[in-house]
Write a protein that binds this ligand. Structure first.
Ligand code: V4E
Length: 224
């Protein structure tokens, strides 16, 4: 399991040129469809837990637990830069995902010795937990590697007409989140995207347009 630390930025026609100038190497361009799942009353996303299927694989992003991303405090400018970054734990192992989802939905912290039959079925387990797809969109992503160790920049174009850039560092379990924040800050400076404004992700924009009531609830719950 790892923690994804990332900062979103507004990309424009100059971003590709700047990436080239700072020596970024294009790793790949790929297209993928994301399907996000939740209960009818949105119990997962209201807890900032995001379950999705991407390229046939299940992924869960959830808040990091207390102490998991302990960071040096630094000065006010470091704190402001850190506030522009999100940190989410990423789970990709299906039994771990199912266990965490079960915990979130029914507070069942115990790993069942024998999970319900549907859990074994890669396709039907969500409906067995009363989860249904509430968002579906396709993204064209261009990924770049930077000289700065472990930093990746993604330029995303979603099929509903929204583009966004992301600077991200994957921190392995117990790894140094503070160093990831510093790398992201330096990369934002180099790219000239170090504004103090939080930039909306694809899901924010998708929900605002397609599920405005749920979007408003997520804002009230300080999830978005
Ligand atoms: C909405 C959300 C999550 C779902 C995934 O969002 P995002 O990271 O934007 O997707 P994507 O496609 O870039 O995933 P990746 O390929 O990088 O894994 S996870 C957390 N949130 C909430 C959230 C938030 N509170 N603030 C911001 C700026 N973004 C997302």
């Amino acid at each position: 399991m790892s923690v994804e630390v990332e900062r979103k930025f507004v990309c424009n026609a100059d971003t590709l040129k700047t990436l080239e100038e700072i020596g970024a190497v294009c790793l790949a361009q790929r297209e993928f469809k994301d399907q996000y799942f939740d209960s009818p009353t949105f119990d997962l996303t209201l807890r900032d837990v995001w379950l999705r299927k991407r390229k046939g694989c299940w992924e869960l992003k959830c808040p990091t637990s207390a102490g998991e991303t302990e960071e040096a405090s630094g000065g006010p400018s470091e704190a402001a830069a850190a506030a522009l970054c999100s940190r989410y734990r990423e789970i990709t192992d299906l039994p771990d995902i199912q266990q965490r989802v079960r915990e979130e939905l029914c507070g069942d912290g115990e790993r069942s010795a024998s999970p319900p039959a549907d859990d074994d079925d890669d396709e039907s387990w969500p409906s067995g937990m009363n989860l249904r797809c509430f968002a579906e969109f396709t993204t064209v992503r261009r990924s770049f590697a930077l000289e700065e160790d472990g930093v990746q920049v993604d330029l995303d174009q979603a099929d509903f007409g929204y583009s966004v850039g992301e600077i991200e560092v994957l921190v392995p379990e117990g790894g140094d989140v503070q160093s990831a924040l510093e790398k992201i800050g330096r990369t934002a400076q180099k790219l000239g995207v170090a504004s103090d404004q939080r930039v909306e992700g694809k899901m924010n924009v998708y929900l605002k347009r397609n599920h405005p009531e749920h979007y408003a609830r997520l804002l009230s719950a300080h999830v978005l």
